[in-house]
Design a protein. Structure first.
Length: 134
């Protein structure tokens, strides 16, 4: 869900249009939009995937986005997760900036599936990103 309530945003340091994307035994992920996640045909929207390393070992994350037909995205498909997350230092997280461009067809709700494979780990992660049509 979106972290829209001020007390929830303050406690977890999330922006208004953010949500928990996935949780595995070794990595947590959340997605943050700078503005309301809505788009019109041909427009772009940016989001950031943050990953927190819950273990001391380092790993690579291989990210694949499954987009609606005719849409495109620009992002690093391989991300190195090198920082161990420490609650006393919430800035220690790995980030991946993603720019999504809508195609000609935009529905009222547009679903993007994020598939994340981690090297040296048996557990992968999946996240659903919904972007509303304007």
């Amino acid at each position: 869900y979106l972290f829209g309530l001020p007390d929830v945003r303050e406690k977890f340091k999330f922006k208004r249009y953010s949500f928990e994307a996935f949780h595995t035994v070794h990595t947590d992920g959340y997605i943050e939009f700078e503005k309301k996640p809505e788009i019109a045909p041909g427009e772009e929207i940016e989001l950031t995937l943050y990953m927190k390393n819950l273990k001391v070992d380092q790993r690579y994350a291989y990210i694949t986005l499954h987009l609606p037909e005719g849409w495109s995205a620009s992002y690093d498909k391989t991300v190195f997760i090198d920082r161990y997350y420490n609650p006393a230092h919430p800035e220690l997280k790995t980030e991946c900036k993603i720019k999504i461009t809508a195609g000609e067809k935009v529905l009222p709700k547009n679903r993007i599936i994020m598939d994340i494979e981690f090297d040296s780990k048996a557990t992968d992660a999946y996240a659903t990103i919904n972007i509303l049509g304007k």
